[in-house]
Design a protein around this ligand. Structure first.
Ligand code: GUN
Ligand code: ZN
Length: 438
């Protein structure tokens, strides 16, 4: 058995913070330690308590004075879009046609797919992200490559091959039949293998025929417990086109609803222009709306109603995500900084406790994975991030005036990025420091 004791300041959330000063929502240990055994958290608490219960032969890693949290979770990203980031001047539909579809067309090549999948996972590790819900391309080879690279790193990942059979180049389409068959094969090959999970992934209603939407619904019905991920109501032209393509449905969410794709493991990227009826349908079904602030700002899509969704009578489950490569940064810190601004533009505030809850326990709950990741609770997987709040000269100077944990978190979110990530542990293994130097 391998045991490691990691000493640091600890922060782990117990529940969703109800205010900027909700001290009951988290556990904080000024001189804390996490005991990791065989990739699992055995205990977490004060150093004195934990060191007392641990044997003397184990390795100790001293990360004081840094802050140790559960690894960050990214609820929506496209690994094949690494080379699409920073594509100039387009809104969603033009951006897809001009930049994204040509880039994704190359992922039938297994060598290319493996290279980019490896780069993507290394980039997540560099930024302190240990789990993600990830879109591959339509090519089964892209999903094989992604799952294989994630398995190599023993990372907890949700992913799926896109299903898309229309309104895209030939190199990027399957059919209702092949999309179904290939998805089934991939589920059998990868779902629940180690830390991997499969998500049925119809790209969005615009690129799937009625027959394919039905096939996606059948896959979900035949495999209860799988995740489903897609896009919904991101951009006004997209909403108009989706409604044109499915004239029988009352609204965009109604299309997914018709095919049985709403549910508590369904992840809907963006959800910016939803009607009240659509919001109710998502909330009633326990579906998750995924907030992708850097993407929404970059593509000019609109402002996600984070506080509006939380405060309604029937709150909506929410996750946050980078949406690489419509999104512009791999960092969940940068993501929440932009999220703060999106909320501010709607006359509200997003407090730092809520931000850090969201990218750890909150996203784990939204992905129905909170029994395994997102906290420092004993028995869960030892996916951890170590943060240095004074990682840059600007952060160090600002930290001279920080007087509370909340303020420190806000400095990390506002000024931090991968430079603030000292170490990333995946299932108890040091991953960031093992990467080749940049
Ligand atoms: N809608 C359909 N596909 C995509 C995609 O790849 N990125 C974003 N941001 N929206 C989409
Ligand atoms: Zn997306």
């Amino acid at each position: 058995m391998t045991s490691t004791l990691i000493r640091a300041r600890l922060l782990s959330f117990l529940s969703e913070p109800q205010s900027a000063t909700d001290d009951t929502s988290y556990l904080y240990e000024e001189d804390g330690a996490v005991l990791v055994e065989n990739g699992t958290i055995r205990a977490a608490g004060s150093y004195a308590d934990i060191a007392g219960t641990a044997g003397s032969s184990m390795e100790t890693i001293d990360h004081r004075p840094h802050l140790l949290l559960p690894g960050f979770i990214d609820a929506h990203a496209h690994f094949p879009q690494m080379q699409v980031i920073a594509s100039f001047g387009a809104e969603l539909l033009d951006w897809l046609n001009t930049y994204t579809f040509p880039a994704e067309s190359e992922f039938g090549d297994a060598v290319h797919a493996a290279r980019i999948a490896g780069c993507f996972l290394d980039e997540l590790v560099r930024h302190g992200t240990t789990s993600a819900a990830v879109y591959c391309t339509v090519h089964p080879a892209s999903a094989d490559a992604f799952f294989a690279e994630a398995a190599k790193r023993n990372m907890c990942m949700i992913a799926g091959k896109m299903m898309m059979d229309r309104n895209a180049p030939a190199a990027l389409t399957d059919t209702a039949r092949t999309g179904y068959d290939e998805t089934k094969r991939l589920i059998a090959k990868w779902h629940a293998k180690g830390r991997l999970r499969y998500a049925v992934t119809p790209r969005f209603a615009i690129t799937s025929s009625l027959e394919q939407m039905e096939a996606a619904g059948s896959l979900m019905a035949e495999h209860p417990g799988l995740h489903m991920q897609t896009h919904l109501s991101e951009n006004r032209a997209e909403v108009a086109l989706a409604r044109e393509l499915f004239p029988d449905r009352a609204d965009y969410a109604g299309i997914y609803e018709r095919y049985g794709l709403l549910g508590n493991k369904s992840l809907f990227g963006h959800c910016i222009h939803l009607s009240e009826r659509e919001t109710d349908a998502l909330a009633d079904s326990g579906s998750v709306a995924v907030f992708c602030p850097t993407s929404n700002l970059f593509l000019g899509s609109g402002l996600f109603g984070y506080q509006r969704f939380r405060r309604r009578d029937k709150p909506l489950r929410i996750a946050t995500a980078t949406d690489i490569g419509g999104g512009t940064n791999y960092s969940m810190l940068r993501t929440m900084d932009e999220g703060y601004k999106v909320v501010a533009l709607q006359g509200e505030k997003l407090n730092p406790l809520l931000s850090f809850w969201q990218i750890t326990r909150g996203n784990a709950e939204a992905l129905s994975l909170s029994g395994r990741i997102g906290t420092l609770e004993p028995g869960t997987d030892a996916d951890l991030v170590v943060l240095n709040s004074s990682a840059t000269p600007a952060m160090r100077l600002r930290m001279e005036r920080a007087e509370s944990l909340q303020e420190e978190l806000f400095v990390l979110q506002t000024l931090g990025d991968d430079r603030a990530v000292v170490e990333t542990f995946v299932a108890g293994k040091r991953m960031k420091s093992a990467l080749p130097p940049v």
